[in-house]
Write a protein that binds this ligand. Sequence first.
Ligand code: PMP
Length: 430
Amino acid sequence: MLDHTESNRLANEARQVIVGGVNSPSRSFKGVGGGDPVTMVKGDGAYLFDVDGNRYIDYLAAFGPIITGFNHPHIVEAIKRSAETGVLFGTPTEHEIKFAKMLTDAIPSMDKVRFTNSGTEAVMSTIRVARAYTNRELIVKFSGAYHGHFDLVLVEAGSGPSTLGASDSAGVTNGTAKEVITVPFNQVEPFKQVMEKWGHQVAAVLVEPIIGNFGMVAPVPGFLEAVNEIAHEFGALVIYDEVITNFRFRYGAAQDMLGVIPDLTAFGKSIGGGLPIGAYGGPDKIMNTVAPLGPAYQAGTMAGNPLSMQAGIACLEVLQEPGIYERMANFAEQLKDALLAAGTAHNIPTVVNQIGGSLTVYFSEHPVVNYEDAKNTDSERFGRFFKLMLDEGINLAPSKFEAWFLTIMHTQKDIDDTIVAINNAFSKLT
Ligand code: PMP
């Protein structure tokens, strides 16, 4: 067993002054049966080091953003440069222009971009813009998708396609809940029924084109195409939440890989080199709705700050290196094969959804293609697996609904060591 004495002491201390000891609920170990989260002190490449001196091969990647590893020299250099020349001016800078050009060049559906400080802000802004542009109020989204922590997207219908949503979080008004309809992912029919009933009032359909929030789940063939077609038939916009998927599978957005193009897109996580970031964008005709050009107000003291911009530019420069996406995908495939083989060897029903350099392991007899499937997988066994892996020196996301993310810093040796850890963990899992 790894020694976590100091980490546990700090977890107790944290609980005295920080709600639940964490600044984001998903960092707690609630999703893996409880216990104290590990306090980390240092990241280096693909490794994290905790306060007790233990080293972990990390696949959490800070829930996605750390695609270039923890301290890539090119990004460190950019952050230092920014620190030395002023991290915030409250005026335009050339960095914003350069970064915006890099994004609009990489993502053809986007003429114009706006930077925000988080994925939440980016998605929230796309919804305001869609409502302003269409002069409609309703939003349709898919169950189990996560779009940030603003009121509207914390609404989960749950009761099928024919009722309007009920709030999922205390503090979200019933009025807000009535503005959102949630339907199952990967099923065209319920979506179609909703649009036939309410389509003419729907401002936008909000989609994670590849789900990252009940594990990694790919759209079934034809699903995204049908969503686009039906939404547009009723005059609704399609918003892609690419906060996880941007620059995760390729240099650019997932939409171009999937060949289905939305009207607006929200970005975050991997574009910032680990710094706070979000962005949203689309064609001129829609983005011109945003202030100061148009009536949809959206702003931010820190938005487009020189620090995040320079880190983001450096990050995208690193991600242009040939072969890195293929390499991450190859490593993820090796991990998938090892997980499935271990499942077979130990007679533990195991499902792995792997997409490029990301994967999710579920303990289940059945494939996982929607939220219901993911909810029905074995949570208790996942919790034990997570803790066994942690004890083997492998840091995963503490929830069965999250993903493992490869970074460009992982080596073949890391993968080999992880496979040994997987086999050890599975041998104790039955
Ligand atoms: N959209 C998606 C798809 C996400 O996964 C997340 C964060 N997990 C968000 C939006 C919100 O981003 P942030 O946490 O940066 O506000």
